[in-house]
Design a binder for this molecule. Structure first.
Ligand code: NFE
Ligand code: MG
Length: 576
């Protein structure tokens, strides 16, 4: 290994198409480049449509964060037209987004990230009795008997003996970077399989409140589910008790399986607490309003909005999403053009989606990183590259004095016996995802209780129909719908003219994190994280790259919002 370029394409166990190139200096990563290799045109498809329909199109940006683009979209229309929503709608939206988080984060931990740390093949040499003792020392989860782990081991052995690792194929088993003893590996693999059936039940919460999953229904001005305790076709007592049951199931799994596994596994990988930080700049928009005023009262959000620069947790900078000089998207290294030239930064109200693919045709041999190299744009806040996501949220909760967050962060640092700087790392990012899962999961019970109290008091309103008539709208209006999606700060900006969408721009979490360098050469969050203290044991098996990239939970479908390798038009969509 000398000055070679290590190419990982595609990065698997993510959503969408991501290519990473690492420029090596000996065994050390000197510089890293992140490229989204798929393009989609949802923002263009939305132009000319009725703003109240936008959510149904925008939501199809992604099938992983199955509801967040629907929610961001209706919030943008409500913001533009000054719509308010009933208290019940606020609570139901919080419950739906909460369930999205718990589902997404558990799935990410076990199904997308764990196998970077857990060696499936090593689990075959585990002693089921010792595995049971280990599991019982960590939590009271009932499925922890020697018989249970012996069955799981048998199941795994059958996979391997049939020569069909199936879902566990094509990994770097046996790589010296794997540090867990066989028993911890078996425990984690068993919980990987458990989580697959657990998630089926959690997804039902979306079906109860939104008719289906993925892509539950939304509605500008409220939620799409009427409440009528005496009706079979509305939210009734039976449905509400099912929701309570799902919340119980979520909390049991998070408290008794996810968090104990996370801490146990992290204990073997403390060295990952000193690499993979990246930018040190963290951005949140804030979410989970609780004052009955929708997004109208930021002081009521469970997660506050703001920016943290250079790890400085003593100062939270205010973020104004309507100020054209604050959030801007750049395309200097993206396969897009702007009317005003490629070095311009555009605020999303004035944003443009103009494809300009001039690079080598895929599959690339080598990205020309002096030119354009990604279908992602480079969003910046006041010129700064920012990290978004669980780590940003947990830091924001911590910095703003949230008691549960402070307690959980301190408990984690003490349990792992790592310094506070370990928060700013690959390990810290993965731990933060678990901690916020616990916080949101616990809080869901309170939202559910509030909903029941409202209904019992006779308030069953879920939708404000008074503002529904388009002839009452101003000729021109614009607004921003923002939220915290599982992968980070998400916002949709909408410009409405003559009751139709004139412009629509989504700037999504994975665009902030996975975007390429900007016009000043500043790296994006993935790139900066890989440039922080990474060496590769074997460039043919770059598990180290996967660990840090997966710690962000990439979703490139979201980030690039019809694929055609030649960049040609595939289809045209008729706009009413
Ligand atoms: Ni497609 Fe998404 C989330 C959004 S992405 S997963 O969470 O928005 O970055
Ligand atoms: Mg966009």
């Amino acid at each position: 290994m000398s000055n070679e370029r290590v190419v990982v394409d595609p990065i698997t166990r993510i959503e969408g198409h991501l290519r990473i190139e690492a420029q090596m200096n000996g065994d050390k990563i000197e510089s890293a480049y992140s490229s989204g290799t798929m393009v989609r045109g949802i923002e263009v498809i939305l132009q000319g449509r009725d703003p109240r329909d936008a959510w149904a199109f925008a939501q199809r940006i992604c099938g992983v964060c199955t509801l967040v683009h629907g929610l961001a979209s209706i919030r943008s229309v409500e913001n533009a037209l000054n719509y308010t929503i009933p208290k019940n709608a606020e609570l139901i939206r919080n419950l739906m987004n909460g369930a999205q988080y718990i589902h997404d984060h558990v799935m990410h931990f076990y199904h997308l990230h764990a196998l970077d740390w857990v060696d499936v093949v090593s689990a075959l040499s585990a002693d089921p009795k010792a595995t049971s003792e280990l599991a019982q020392s960590l939590s009271n989860y009932p499925k922890s008997s020697p018989g249970y782990f012996s069955d799981m081991k048998k199941k795994l052995k059958e996979f391997v003996e049939a020569g069909q690792l199936g879902i566990f194929a094509k990994a770097y088993w046996g790589h010296p970077a794997y540090k867990l003893p066989p028993e911890a590996n078996l425990m984690a693999v068993a919980h990987y399989l458990e989580a697959l059936s657990w998630q089926r039940d959690v997804a039902k919460l979306h079906a109860i409140f939104g008719g289906k999953n993925p892509h539950p229904n939304f509605l500008v001005g409220g939620v799409a589910s009427p409440i009528d305790l005496n009706s079979d076709s509305a939210i009734n007592s039976k449905r509400l008790s099912q929701v309570q049951e799902i919340i119980n199931q979520m909390r049991t799994f998070v408290d008794q399986v996810y968090i104990p596994d996370l801490l146990a596994i992290a204990g073997f990988y403390k060295d990952w607490g000193s690499r993979g930080e990246g930018l040190g700049n963290f951005l949140t928009y804030g979410d989970f309003p609780t004052a009955g005023k929708g997004m109208g009262d930021p002081s009521s959000y469970l997660v506050p909005g703001g920016a943290i620069l250079n790890r400085d947790l003593t100062t939270i900078h205010e973020v104004d999403m309507n100020d054209p000089s604050q959030i801007q998207e750049f395309v200097s290294h993206s396969w897009y053009d702007y009317n005003g030239g490629k070095d311009q930064g555009l605020h999303p109200y004035d944003g443009e989606t103009q494809l300009n693919y001039t690079g080598p045709k895929p599959p690339y041999q080598h990205l020309d990183v002096d030119q354009s190299y990604s279908w992602l744009k480079s969003p910046r806040w006041k010129g700064h590259a920012m990290e978004v996501g669980p780590l940003s949220r947990v830091l924001m909760l911590y910095a703003s004095g949230n008691e549960q967050a402070k307690e959980l962060v301190n408990l984690t640092l003490n349990t792992l016996d790592v310094p506070v700087t370990a928060l700013f790392s690959t390990l810290g990012r993965t731990a933060a995802r678990g901690l916020e899962t616990k916080i949101f999961c616990d809080t869901m019970q309170g939202w559910y209780d509030d909903l029941i109290t409202n209904i019992k008091a006779g308030d069953t309103r879920t939708f404000n129909e008074v503002l529904w008539e388009p002839s009452t709208w101003p000729k021109q209006a614009r607004g921003v719908g923002y939220m915290e999606a599982p992968r980070g700060a998400l916002a949709h900006w909408i410009v409405i003219e003559n009751q139709k969408i004139q412009n629509y721009q989504a700037v999504v979490p994975s665009t902030w994190n996975a975007g390429p360098r900007d016009q000043n050469g500043q790296a994006g969050a993935y790139e900066a994280a890989l440039e922080d203290n990474h060496t590769l044991h074997d460039p043919e098996q770059p598990v180290e790259i996967l660990r840090t990239i997966h710690s962000f939970d990439p979703c490139i479908a979201c980030a690039v919002h019809l694929t055609d390798p030649d960049g040609e038009e595939i289809t045209s969509v008729k706009v009413r």
